[in-house]
Design a protein around this ligand. Structure first.
Ligand code: FE2
Length: 320
């Protein structure tokens, strides 16, 4: 159970926030001042702090600055009575506030923000353990959340490793490739399940939420000190070879090789799997669609190598 803390000098606000999170799975702490908040923070590991700015004694900015020294991983959210750009910038620069909320807050938005902070905090701490068994259980958790991709990360690992071996990647890189392939969708932990499993065409707002997962995951992996190759895979696995992908629009060889490898494996498996919006494609149709993406979505040289691996495997299995 994660611990979350709200700091506000007004009792009415503290009570409203306590009520709002009463049914949440989190342990909720409240504090009436910066001093009380710091006391809580010394005694508890908090995933997220939401603090008012204008309080008697130390301000919210001063409090969050001290909180950052004391518990650097705890996510800091600043809440003020009015949209004050100066305060917001100060909070972001001075105490690296993760978000800024204006009162009166929107209940649903605040709950979503706090839940998102908790997920980010938990993912960061898991990745930091640098333990393959934990990476693997994270991959399982993502598959459970994104119902239609059961076994997906194992297959993406298998396909990526086969391609990496064929290209003669050095052993170190193969390890980072394996971790990146396993965790490529770790940013989906931050995407609501209702959006991930939406049984139809997504609208542009839903698309925007889904499109955040590489950035969200890459940023957490970076903060957790994962190897740059692994971070690059998480961050760039949806870039297109022609530069039309996301999140950055990198093109061609500017996309790190390992991310291009995982993109090939990810797309190939997605075409052969059921998705929320369509059933799995028959193998010949999937193969045609896959080849049609060569040079646009996917690196053509990698597609060529991958098809050779698939054909060799068929020969081995006696299918062809
Ligand atoms: Fe993805």
């Amino acid at each position: 159970m994660a611990t979350i803390m709200f700091v506000d000098d007004e009792a009415g606000i503290r009570n409203a926030l306590k009520r709002l999170f009463a049914d949440s799975p989190h342990n909720v702490l409240v504090a009436a001042s910066a001093a009380e908040g710091l006391e809580h923070l010394r005694a508890n590991t908090c995933a997220v702090i939401v603090s008012d700015n204008q309080m008697p004694g130390e301000s919210g900015i001063e409090f969050l600055y001290k909180a950052r020294q004391l518990a650097p991983d705890t996510l800091r959210v600043m809440m003020t009575a009015y949209a004050d750009l100066g305060t917001a910038l100060n909070a972001i620069n001075h105490c690296e506030a993760y978000r800024f909320v204006v009162k009166p807050w929107d209940n649903q938005e605040l709950v979503e923000l706090v839940n998102n902070c908790v997920l980010r905090f938990e993912l960061l701490n898991s990745l930091r353990l640098k333990d393959e068994a934990i990476y693997s259980s994270l991959a399982r958790a993502i598959e459970l959340k994104d119902h239609y991709t059961r076994g997906h990360s194992d297959r993406v690992v298998e396909f990526s490793m086969a391609l990496g071996r064929r290209l003669g990647l050095p052993p170190d890189t193969m390890i980072h490739l394996q971790h990146g392939a396993m965790l490529h969708d770790c940013g989906k932990i931050g995407v609501p399940e209702a959006v991930l499993n939406f049984p139809g065409k997504l609208d542009s707002d839903q698309m925007d939420i889904i499109r955040k997962h590489p950035d969200w995951g890459g940023e957490v992996a970076q903060a957790a000190g994962m190897h740059q190759t692994t971070v690059n895979i998480i961050l760039y696995h949806h870039e297109y070879y022609n530069g039309q992908g996301y999140p950055t629009g990198l093109a061609g060889d500017d996309i790190p090789l390992e991310a291009r490898i995982v993109a090939v494996a990810d797309v190939y498996d997605a075409l052969l799997s059921d998705r929320p919006y369509r059933k799995a494609l028959p193998p010949d149709v999937a193969l045609r669609e896959f080849l049609a993406m060569s040079g646009t979505v996917l690196d053509p040289l990698l597609v060529k190598n991958f098809i050779e691996i698939v054909n060799e495997k068929k020969l081995e299995d006696g299918v062809a």
